[in-house]
Write a protein that binds this ligand. Structure first.
Ligand code: PMP
Length: 368
């Protein structure tokens, strides 16, 4: 049986091999007599899953030793509060607003910090990235926040800004929720990165935080203990009960990722190669069509989230119905922008994007 291709923005498709293995281990993990959901987080079985998952993430993503990897709860929106509670010191922060998610982040941070908008593309409708050379960075900011892939607007930083070169001494905080593990990360430019797991890493409920050690230990007094990065780090992410099943599925996903190859490339480098090919296929189909269009400048289009619109919006429902009938699921755009959105995360094979492109051609022809 072949499964439909699932283009959800998140929670999103999980590699079939991962689901198959989880199903096989559901009642009895490795002869323990227990399913992973039923294990104590402090027992040796789960501790081995946790250690392997963390080590695999560090190796896959080439996370340097001076960074801690934390497995938390609260999601991306939780981090919008947790980051300023830990890093703002109650003072100033710089925010770069490039889409819906960075907009939400700066609003939430205002509860805990003095927010300065260093750059915003809101007025022009989030269709491009502001040139970092034009950012109005503060000399006394405690960090600079960006969202490196805007899931709703389909905008992605192709390189991270080098804050030092721009004259800022502040650490860079990156929301990489919707493209984590889709491409390598330049950790030399980052102080902290966070992401919900439910797009590229596994199920909802797990939030991965990667934080440079020197940024620990400055939380505001009002910061909940379970969200204090230093407390979480000191307790190996077990101060409170971590999302054990989500960590396990993320671990299986990391093992799947390790085994991906494209030519001589493997792991994240192979994933990046495949993701480039998928995105090129879809964007060129959109650009060559008379019916579909995408609004984002070519140099900052997201490889993961591809929003597109039909010139005749009255055909939207017919497009979605026809897609579903062909096994192409969850293509409806975010309610705030309308149209369509194809999220093509790591678990989406090139064949899935090809099936979508074939359908888009056929639908366009049928409208002529
Ligand atoms: N940041 C980004 C970039 C996202 O895509 C999302 C979820 N779509 C969030 C934050 C919010 O994540 P959560 O719903 O897990 O809080």
């Amino acid at each position: 049986m072949t499964r439909p291709f699932n283009f959800s923005a998140g929670p999103a498709a999980i590699p079939e091999e991962v689901l198959t293995q989880a199903a096989a281990e559901m009642l009895d993990w490795h002869g323990s007599g227990m399913g992973v959901m039923e294990m104590s987080h402090r027992g040796k079985e789960f501790l081995s899953i946790y250690a392997q998952t963390k080590a695999d993430f560090r190796a896959l993503m080439a996370v340097p030793p001076e960074f801690k990897i934390l497995f938390m709860q609260g999601g991306g929106l939780g981090e919008n509060a947790i980051v300023p509670l830990n890093l703002s010191r109650g003072g100033k922060i710089d925010c770069v607003v490039t889409g819906s998610w960075s907009q939400k982040s700066q609003k939430e941070a205002r509860k805990y910090a003095q927010v300065h908008i260093a750059a915003s593309t809101e007025a022009s409708g989030y269709t491009r990235l502001p040139d970092p050379a034009s950012w109005d960075l503060s000399s006394d900011a405690n960090y600079v926040h960006i969202c490196s892939n805007e899931t709703i607007d389909g905008i992605e930083f192709q390189t991270l800004p080098d804050l030092q070169a721009l004259g800022s001494k502040a650490p860079l905080v990156v929301d990489f929720s919707s493209h984590v593990a889709s491409r390598p990360v330049d950790w030399s430019k980052i102080g902290l990165a966070f992401g919900g797991a439910q797009k590229n890493l596994g199920p909802a409920g797990l939030t991965v935080v990667v934080v440079r050690e020197d940024l620990l230990g400055h939380a505001l007094d009002i910061c909940p203990s379970a969200f204090n990065y230093e407390t979480v780090a000191d307790n190996q992410s077990m101060y409170n009960t971590p999302p054990t099943f989500a960590i396990y599925i993320a671990g299986l996903t990391f093992q799947w990722l390790k085994h991906q190859t494209e030519g001589d490339l493997h792991g994240i480098a192979a994933m990046e190669q495949r993701n480039i090919a998928k995105a090129e296929l879809l964007y060129s189909a959109i650009d060559q069509s008379q019916l579909y269009f995408n609004k984002v400048d070519a140099d900052c289009r997201s490889r993961m989230n591809v929003p597109f619109f039909l010139r005749d919006e009255s055909r939207n429902d017919a497009f979605l119905e026809g897609a579903k009938a062909r096994g192409l699921l969850q293509l409806k755009g975010h309610k705030s922008v309308g149209g369509m959105r194809a999220s093509i995360y790591n678990a989406m094979p090139l064949a899935g994007v090809q099936a979508l492109v074939d359908y888009m051609h056929a639908f366009e022809k049928s409208q002529a």
